[in-house]
Design a protein around this ligand. Sequence first.
Ligand code: ZN
Length: 133
Amino acid sequence: MFSRELSIRTTRRTEMIDVTTQVSDAIRESGMDEGLCVVYVPHTTAGIMINEGADPAVARDIADRLEALVPWSAGYAHLEGNAAAHIKSCMVGSSVTVAVREGRMALGTWQSIFFCEFDGPRSRRLQVHLIEG
Ligand code: ZN
């Protein structure tokens, strides 16, 4: 298995960052032609999602709606004060899997991969694991 760790510097508390190009670059560097690409976020207050990248307003709408559903302050038990970020991380998920065909991710025309920051700004890591087959 080929693995690569990408570094991401986020600049706001909530931020959706299109990482499709970085993931594609990692696949190209690996030389893998056919297989699976697993993109994994090793954090409890961030996530990863696949959604529309053509119109940046879509990712903004998703972030805004998550904020409305899970407000920052709402009498949570978690003493660190970032319970909302943990909850949003659960809702979005910690990994996505995309098939790789002929060296390229088999994403739909409008799809992009977004790193979802919910408790920034921070330095974050993003793992790309490639399983050939
Ligand atoms: Zn916490």
